[in-house]
Design a protein around this ligand. Structure first.
Ligand SMILES: [Zn+2]
Ligand SMILES: [Zn+2]
Length: 202
């Protein structure tokens, strides 16, 4: 196995995510790259920007210390398998973009998945799909990181850290909202759901 992650790290990420899958494996390798090049958030503050909403994000959260809750994992769902990491102390950063050649699963897997989703998969189809997934995960773990990802400089500057903002009261529902998430409409301050309700009627 070429991955430098320990069995414990891999198992922790799988437990955190809830299952093993090729998507999570991509995230495992991205997390590994972050740890190798920049370290862990516990040792030096990091910020991650992920461009996907897929399984892999959970591996980043489990292994790098960048989490949605801490505000140092920012999700920009562009539907790309790309993960950017920044080290805040010296501004060093990198963007890891999954190489097309490392893309797991052959067209056959997509075909099988479709059949199974439509309720038409046979037991043989399920076995075959499980084999393909296992093979994809094995390959992803064995490849050197440089063959899994195109490793580039970050495409955008480091995002601003979470700032302390005022809480305001929505004129529609009366609930508290963070200042940066308010909308102004006809002189009133509204939360996003209330704004959208009013806006649809206009
Ligand atoms: Zn998954
Ligand atoms: Zn409201």
């Amino acid at each position: 196995m070429n991955s430098a992650l320990t069995k414990e790290q891999v198992e922790f990420a799988i437990a955190f995510h809830g299952h093993e899958c090729p998507g999570l494996t991509i995230g495992l390798r991205a997390a590994e790259l972050c740890l190798r090049e920049l370290g862990h958030n516990n040792d030096t503050p990091l910020t991650a920007v992920v461009e996907t909403d897929m399984c892999g994000v959970d591996a980043i959260q489990a292994l790098t210390g960048c989490t949605v809750g801490k505000g140092n994992l920012i999700q920009r769902d562009y539907g790309k398998m790309a993960f950017t990491f920044y080290r805040r102390s010296d501004g060093k950063g990198l963007r890891a973009l999954l190489k097309p050649s490392a893309r797991p699963m052959r067209p056959e897997a997509g075909e099988l998945q479709r059949k199974i989703n439509e309720g038409q998969g046979s037991p043989e189809d399920r076995t075959r799909l499980a084999e393909l997934r296992a093979e994809a995960m094995r390959t992803l773990m064995e490849l050197p990181l440089e063959e899994v990802f195109e490793i580039q400089p970050p495409a955008t500057p480091i995002p601003r850290g979470p700032s302390i903002l005022e809480s305001l009261v929505c004129a529609g529902c009366g609930e508290m909202i963070m200042e940066s998430r308010t909308r102004r409409l006809e002189g009133r301050t509204l939360c996003i759901p209330c704004f959208e309700k009013v806006d649809q009627k206009r």
